[in-house]
Structures are given as structure tokens and as C-alpha cells.
Design a protein around this ligand. Structure first.
Ligand SMILES: C=C(O[C@H]1C=CC=C(C(=O)O)[C@@H]1O)C(=O)O
Length: 450
């Protein structure tokens, strides 16, 4: 399978994207073939999965998202799009993920898969993307190399599209052993204490401090096993996979649908107790916690600051609500905004670029807090806590914040897991370590056998 790459300044090869409605293909994630890169943006059974690489756009540096956005626009302008379904996620689609830090060696990538399968509001579709040579432009075009067998509904008559048999079920990774990443748990607690001292000294108001943990598996790690588990256990999160980064995030940086932008801001956390019925009081406790409300307000403010210049109106509830996940409860605010009509609307990716990093993953003020976390964490976060999601040909798309995630490495037995916690003046190192453990739980669970 070829993986064309091009510098963002170079002309993109012309591509043809063809979308057809199909009968329901069942669980989207179980369609992912074993070999090669897999892509996912799935929540509660809906969304898109993709595989193969028709095109890859790689960028780096502070302009990594805006450059990718421009390269995508140029690519789309030269594409031929034959889309009979016309829903968000149909037609030409690129999955993407971008580093948290501007100068991270991880940079960012937009990947156009060869095959995308999606489901939304009870309708399902398959998109094939390939070289748009003249012979492939006819309605009955043959997409060589297609590896998805689908029943396409054309003129109300099912037509079988040739393909290879359904993929075999992914293998479990076997026994897992964990070891500290950049900092041991004790060293990370010391780092939390240092950040608290710096915050009390007036250097910043809030700093989100992250840690990494290495998970080594006895057998090779199959991303599809992790994705299936995450989607099963964390249905209300977005189960994502792009370029080796995968996870189940509860936080939506921005979704653009036409002139509407929506966002789900999370900050302020309480761990759930092992016994669900002992949880009843936790939501009220979280909603009354001055520390958590303060952390949350800063995250909302940072989002609004980035969003307002692009909007005619912004709506949000006066108080955060409590979002219940299997491992933690979060304070959550859903924001809905109408984009300006007097200027061309920024794409979903351009909006993600304008909003990243919010104080849910960076801190307040943004500049100083991100300097502090870079000094104290002693690691490159890579793509963790950066924007992850997808963009369509019209600029609509969804970008989450890559939380509750792991990055596959060149060693097929090794994955690097991440979790971070908002640190404010009255944070307590032991409590923050426990909170980070709770945030690692989805990925630990996904690696498990159960
Ligand atoms: C940085 C993470 O979570 C953020 C999102 C929700 C709640 C958070 C908190 O309470 O600290 C964090 O701001 C993470 O999961 O790695």
C-alpha cells in the first residue's frame, strides 16, 4: 500500500472520493482490517472509521494546524467528489492529530484514508478515495485494492461491491507490565508540589501537569483490540485512532457544522468509588467544590477567549453540570456558538487551532502555564492533549482533545499512556496522583483481557 506524502507547499495529487449508501454494516470498529494504519472517530456506535492512506499531509511547528488546513483546502479544490449521501463525514474526509506543543518533534498529520465507513442517524455509507484517473471517474468505477465488502443501495436495489472477507478478530495483547515514563509517581508528586509553590508565588493561576506511563505487553498490541474495548466501556466518549494515537476522550474541543460551532469543556474531576451506589453524593460534592469550580471556570474562559472573535453569539449554561463516566465525574460545560457571517467561516481545524490549548490541558495564563508544564513534566507530550479528529471537504468536522489516550511506539509491544491534572493553589500532590491514576484507567482497562 503506497503512502504518498507531500510537503505542504507542493501540489497535491488529484484524488477521487466516491460515497455510496450501504446497508448497515454492523459495528464500525469491527470492520477495521488487521494490517496497516487504522483510523477512528466513533461515539455510541456512530461516526467514521477509515483505513489505508490515499494521502498524508504532515506539518510541524506553531503553524502545524493552519498549514495542514490550507493544504487540505488545496487538496480538496483539486479533488473530484461524488457523494450521494451528503452527511457530515461523507465525501472527502481526512483524519488528523496534532502535537500539544508547537515545537514537539511529533508535529501533526492529516491522513486521507483509502476507505471510510460511517454511520449517522440510521444511515450508513462507504467512501472510497483513490487516484482520480479518468477511467475511475465513471459511476461504475472500479476501486482496485478495495478491501471492504459492502452492500451498496443503488436505485433501491442492493448491489454487492467486491472485496475481501471480513477481518479476523483482533488478538489481546496478553500480560501487561507497567513502568514509569519520564517521572516516577513520587517525582511527579514532587513536581505537583513545585507547581503549587509557583502558583502560590504568582507565576500562574493554573497549570495542567501530565505524566506518562509505559505499558509493555507480552504480545503485540493490536490497536483494534484497544478501540473495541474503549468503545464498549466508554460509549459516551469519542473513541479515536489516528497515526498511532488512540484513546477515548470525553472532551470535544470543537465541532463545526455549517455556521454552528459546539464545544464540551471539561475540567474539575472526582474519582468514582468502586461501588456505584456510594457515588450518589459525589456529583453534589464536585458541584460544590470551590477548587474544581475554579479550575473549570478557567477552562471555560480560555475557550470563550479563543472562540468569541469568530462568533456572532455564544451560548452556555450559567453553571457547569456533572458528566458521569465509568471512572470519574467531571464538571462539564457545553458551549454552542454561531459563527460570524461577515467573514468566511474558519474550518473546524482552523477553529481547533485558534482554541488550542485551552486551560483544560494547558493552564492560565496560557503562555506562562505551558512554559511551566514543559519545564516541570520533563517530557514531550507528543500528540497527547493535542487536537484529534476529522475534517470534511466543506471544512466541517469534529476535533476532540486527545485525553485518556496512548501512543503506539515503534516497538509493537510498547504503548505510552498519558494523564494530566489541573493544578491550582490548593492542589494536593497525593490527591492529584490518585486522580491521574483514575484518568489512566480507560487505557489500562482497554489493554486488559476481561
Ligand atoms: C488533562 C486531562 O484531563 C483534563 C480534562 C478534564 C478534567 C481535568 C481535570 O480535572 O484536571 C483536566 O483538565 C487528562 O485526562 O489527561
Amino acid at each position: 500500500m503506497s503512502t504518498p506524502e507531500f510537503a505542504t507547499g507542493a501540489p497535491a495529487p488529484p484524488l477521487l472520493a466516491r460515497t455510496r449508501e450501504v446497508t448497515d454494516p454492523g459495528d464500525l470498529l469491527s470492520l477495521l482490517p488487521g494490517a496497516g494504519a487504522v483510523m477512528s472517530w466513533v461515539r455510541r456506535g456512530e461516526g467514521i472509521v477509515g483505513w489505508g492512506e490515499a494521502l498524508r499531509i504532515e506539518t510541524s511547528g506553531p503553524g502545524r494546524m493552519t498549514e495542514a488546513d490550507e493544504a487540505w483546502r488545496r487538496t480538496v479544490a483539486r479533488m473530484e467528489i461524488d457523494d450521494e449521501v451528503q452527511l457530515p463525514g461523507t465525501g472527502a474526509v481526512a483524519f488528523g492529530s496534532f502535537s500539544f506543543a508547537p515545537y514537539s518533534a511529533s508535529g501533526g498529520a492529516l491522513i486521507v484514508p483509502e476507505v471510510v465507513v460511517g454511520r449517522r442517524d440510521g444511515r450508513a455509507w462507504v467512501t472510497h478515495i483513490g487516484a482520480g484517473s479518468p477511467g475511475k471517474n465513471s459511476p461504475g468505477a472500479d476501486f482496485a485494492g478495495t478491501n471492504y465488502a459492502a452492500t451498496v443501495v443503488e436505485h433501491d436495489r442492493p448491489v454487492i461491491v467486491p472485496g475481501i472477507p471480513a477481518p479476523a478478530a483482533p488478538a489481546t495483547p496478553g500480560q501487561i507490565s507497567y513502568s514509569p515514563g519520564a517521572l516516577t509517581p513520587q517525582a511527579w508528586q514532587d513536581a505537583v508540589a513545585e507547581v503549587v509553590t509557583r502558583i502560590r508565588g504568582g507565576e500562574a493561576e493554573k497549570v495542567v501537569l501530565a505524566r506518562d506511563v509505559l505499558a509493555r505487553a507480552a504480545d503485540e498490541i493490536d490497536a483494534r483490540h484497544l478501540l473495541a474495548r474503549l468503545a464498549q466501556g466508554y460509549r459516551w466518549c469519542w473513541t479515536f485512532a489516528v497515526d498511532g494515537l488512540l484513546g477515548a476522550t470525553p472532551e470535544l474541543l470543537v465541532r463545526r457544522t455549517g455556521l454552528t460551532a459546539t464545544s464540551r469543556v471539561l475540567a474539575g474531576t472526582i474519582q468514582r468509588s468502586a461501588v456505584a451506589r456510594q457515588d450518589a453524593h459525589l456529583g453534589a460534592e464536585l458541584r460544590a467544590s470551590e477548587k474544581d469550580l475554579g479550575e473549570h471556570a478557567l477552562a471555560v474562559d480560555s475557550l470563550l477567549e479563543g472562540l468569541r472573535p469568530h462568533c456572532e453569539s455564544v451560548e452556555l449554561p450559567p453553571e457547569p453540570r456533572v458528566l458521569e463516566l465509568p471512572n470519574v465525574l467531571h464538571l462539564a460545560t457545553d458551549v454552542v456558538a454561531s459563527l460570524r457571517t461577515d467573514v468566511p467561516a474558519p474550518s473546524a481545524l482552523a477553529l481547533a487551532s485558534a482554541l488550542h490549548p485551552t486551560a483544560a490541558v494547558g493552564g492560565t495564563p496560557t503562555g506562562r502555564s505551558t512554559e511551566i508544564l514543559a519545564e516541570v513534566e520533563q517530557m514531550d507530550r507528543g500528540r497527547y492533549a493535542g487536537p484529534v479528529g476529522w475534517i470534511g471537504a466543506d471544512g466541517d468536522g469534529e476535533w476532540g482533545i486527545a485525553l485518556r489516550s496512548g501512543m503506539l511506539t515503534s516497538d509493537p509491544h510498547l504503548i505510552r499512556l498519558f494523564a494530566g491534572c489541573g493544578i491550582v493553589a490548593d492542589s494536593e500532590p497525593t490527591a492529584e496522583l490518585a486522580e491521574s491514576e483514575a484518568k489512566l484507567e480507560p487505557m489500562r482497562w482497554a489493554l486488559g483481557q476481561g
